[in-house]
Design a protein around this ligand. Structure first.
Ligand code: ADP
Ligand code: MG
Ligand code: ZN
Length: 479
């Protein structure tokens, strides 16, 4: 019997705000432990929370980007649990009335392995807002708690169990991160713990519609570990079910060094969170006009931008996917294409030359030494026939190294394309005279040899001859 995996993700994303969720302490990473704290986020008795409006706005914004139903009325609840990272012994969260309801995310592009993935829509169950907890630091036989992170606004995006593979989960996370970055709601820096993921996974026979017994893997902090732990867990569960074992609902933890999951607790030991409405906070009441204004101010979603690039710029869907992965790259492409007047050629040059060069030099589009307008100008020179594609590569390398304008480099290096047949003819004659063997082969019917001769002419003219003219003249000469 064949089995399929069923996966749902709960992703925690820290909202990009100046202050914490319910107090005025800074929402900042990297400070000395316990320097960004106050009676509210330390849970001192009698301290009262005050809601951060910016965090509410950011949660609505991510909801709008995911096409969620926005609740005009929602509320906060207390989720009780006892652990040293939680100074109040309860976390302020949202239970039955979250800020955002049903939505969806379109995923596609590439999986972790780099293989293309078909487009698919993953349902979003809800997005709610809560406060983050502190961080435990372990030193040998003692541990310390840093409460700087306690009370930082955390948006939790809960998906439907719609994913069927580790690659799909990876693609979903990629898109979610991309959307948060596009909307500017979070920096999503995983190394700083700004994006963390709980993975829920079960297996069932293919064709079965009922969900299997789910295992939850807690607190994964990289896309890679989500992917690896899923591969491991899907195989483990499938083997167990095949062997006739009955799985228990469990919470497990992933050990990255060992590459295995381990049981943390079984369902019988599950927490009873004793949710009840937070009495110190008013419900959140929004009006339609406010939500509409936030919606209107959002940037174009990557999905829409991809579609526009395909429709208006003649780029392939895959190229559009690459160009929209990060908003700064999509912005760069648009600015460069505008300066060039040739979007398709601009896209090709960005994807092949620019991205390769950035990768080799360990740079990002934000630190790219070539401004988009100058890059566009280079493309315009190629498209307009002022320089050959081959010269353009030299100009590009020089622009990257020196930051000089393309026209200046073309002048300095004398790279203007030679279109004058008379001048090219001299090179053609020279090439024919120097390669009797190739000429003979061509005349004997091996027509592909002409490309070799074109290459020779280009070499002799230092890459500057118009390749079309070269070809035409060679054919004429060789008869
Ligand atoms: P819990 O109350 O244990 O947190 P929920 O029903 O709220 O469980 O679901 C949490 C996450 O687990 C969601 O992302 C959901 O899509 C996913 N999920 C629920 N049931 C299953 C299952 N049987 N297999 C895989 N994922 C599941
Ligand atoms: Mg859960
Ligand atoms: Zn505080």
């Amino acid at each position: 019997m064949n089995y399929e995996a069923v996966i749902g993700l709960e992703v925690h994303v820290q909202a990009l705000t100046a202050s914490k969720m319910f107090c005025a302490c800074a929402n900042r990473f990297g400070a000395e432990p316990n320097t960004l704290v106050c009676p509210v986020c330390l849970g001192y008795p009698g301290a009262l929370p005050v809601m951060n409006a910016e965090a509410v706005k950011k949660t609505i914004e991510i909801g709008l980007m995911c096409g969620c139903a926005i609740a005009l009325r929602s509320k906060f609840d207390r989720k009780s649990y006892f652990y040293p990272d939680m100074p109040k012994n309860y976390q302020i969260s949202q239970y039955d009335l979250p800020l955002c309801g049903l939505g969806h995310l379109a995923v596609g592009g590439k999986g972790f392995s780099g293989d293309p993935l078909p487009d698919k829509v993953i349902g979003i169950t809800r997005i709610h807002l809560e406060e983050d907890v502190g961080k435990l630091n372990h030193f040998g036989r003692s541990s310390g708690v840093d409460y700087n992170r306690a009370g930082v606004p955390l948006m939790e995006v809960v998906s439907e169990p719609d994913m069927r593979s580790a690659d799909e989960a990876y693609a979903y996370l990629t898109v979610l991160k991309q959307i948060c970055e596009y909307a500017g709601v979070s920096s999503c820096d995983m190394e700083k713990g700004q994006m963390r993921c709980d993975v829920n996974v079960s297996v069932r026979p293919v064709g079965e519609t009922k969900l299997g017994t789910k295992i939850e893997i807690k607190n994964l902090n990289s896309f890679r570990s989500v992917h690896r732990s899923l591969l491991y867990e899907i195989e483990r569960q499938t083997e167990a079910v095949r062997a006739g074992e009955k799985l228990r609902q469990e919470t497990r933890r992933w050990d990255d060094a060992l590459g295995q999951t381990f049981v943390m607790r079984v369902k019988e030991q599950a927490h009873d969170y004793r949710y009840f409405p937070e009495p110190d906070l008013m419900p959140v009441v929004l009006d339609e006009a406010q939500v509409a204004a936030w919606r209107a101010a959002l940037p174009e979603a990557p999905e829409a931008r991809r579609a526009r690039f395909v429709a208006d710029c003649q780029v392939t869907p895959y190229d559009a996917h690459v160009l929209t992965l990060e908003k700064p790259l999509a912005d760069y492409f648009e600015a460069a294409a505008k300066a060039a007047g040739h979007p398709k050629l601009t896209a090709n040059w960005i994807i092949t030359e620019l991205l390769r060069e950035l990768g080799e030099k360990n740079l990002t589009i934000d630190t790219c030494p070539i401004p988009p307008a100058a890059f566009g100008k280079l493309i315009a020179l190629v498209a307009g026939g002022a320089i050959t594609g081959k010269s353009a590569k030299d100009v590009f390398a020089e622009m990257f190294a020196s930051g000089k304008a393309p026209e200046v480099i073309v002048q300095e290096k004398g790279l203007q394309q030679v279109n004058d047949s008379g001048a090219i003819l001299a090179f053609v004659d020279q090439a024919i005279a120097a390669s009797p063997k190739a000429v003979e082969e061509y005349r004997a019917g091996k027509t592909a040899t002409i490309q070799f001769l074109v290459g020779q002419v280009m070499k002799l003219s230092r890459g500057k001859s118009n390749p079309q003219t070269v070809l035409a003249l060679l054919k004429e000469k060789l008869g």
